[in-house]
Write a protein that binds this ligand. Sequence first.
Ligand code: UDP
Length: 424
Amino acid sequence: MKICAVSFHCCPLSPVGGEGVGGMNVYLKELSTALACDPDTEIDIFTRDLNLGTDRVIKLNPSVRVVHLPAGPDRFVDRESLYDYLPEFVENLKRFMCKEKKSYTAIYTHYWLSGLVGEYLKQYFNIPLVHTYHTLAFLKNRVSSKPEHRYRLLAERHLSHTADLIISSSSEEKKNLMGEYGVSALKIKVIYPGVNHNLFYPSKAKRVYSESGFSENKKILLYVGRVEPIKGLMTIIEAFALLNKSHDPLLRLIVIGGGKKGSELSYNHEANRVKAAVESFGLTEKIVFLGSKEQKVLKDYYSAADTLIVPSLYESFGLVVVEALACGTPVLVSNVGKMKTIVKEGKNGFSFAPGSPEALANGLKEFYQKKHLLWGEAKIRQDVIDRFSWEKTGKETQRIFADLNQERIIPTTKFRPDESPQLA
Ligand code: UDP
């Protein structure tokens, strides 16, 4: 099976945690690595090139190639403006496919921009299209003050009908797609992302204390993720301010993400807004911003924290939740998306109403009162790795592509001797 994966706006090889680089990059890298365990599967992931105006092909492993294609300027471009470069990307993708004369059995697209690329390829080559939304504009718009791209709603609705199959990260998202766009339940398969248990496990490393300046007797709360309004970091700061009034002198917060410390982080608008709030509440001694960290060191932070707080206003899955749990650390999450069910109340964590500092402050009080009743580190880890693994995600995704292959006699991309693609 040869899969043409499209991830126009985000490259699975980009360092995670910076501007616009997060869960989707991790998802693509882990999933394609898991899919490639099958010796008969080959995956090419096509993405926009940020460096040079040439085709750059980088092998993630022997069966997975990341193909960087020129489209627009060779620098970071915000997602709002990326739409304009889709035609150039599609042309370069077609050109690349024609040059290689490689036949694909399916297209697998990620996020609405890539979905549009995939829809074009589906029509052009007559190959089936499988799409994953990752996030949905109509849900984001309900909780965000900044409306999504003007074409995104239309594109997402359109894709719900034109894609042959949709892979969703949660049954909550599936229900939403069925309700909003009238998509048939049969067309949406729910496959959960996983957690890399070789990367996330309990650690005894002490770097957290020297980096943050907090001593080991402090109650360390942790935030890990992109720093964007929808991620709700401000809710933690406001909850912290409420708790600070009731004098919990040991409470501390470490914020990881938002871009590299000293460079990207200082240009991050939301990070600056949150930092200004920290200052105005007089909390600068108690809250530190460490910037983005490589995934391989995150276990040290997850393990040192009493709890990971995930205050998102909207979240389809929440990889950081399963990562913290795999390190044996309980979580405190807003009651949205799949996070609602990843958390087993009173066992591996607690949940609270999204966007409510009061609810989070109460949740934190409850957490410290009942902490001794939660499962121990080993059980928290075992439970989550039993439920979520990239191997499982890979196998289920593999099955979906195989079934799709059997259900339809799938025409693959065909090329004439003159190297131009032939419509099947
Ligand atoms: N992450 C990271 N370094 C950071 C911040 C985040 O490697 O400094 C990773 C984290 O390990 C997780 C991903 O970014 O795998 C965030 O995924 P999540 O699903 O939590 O949020 P999303 O970015 O998809 O909104």
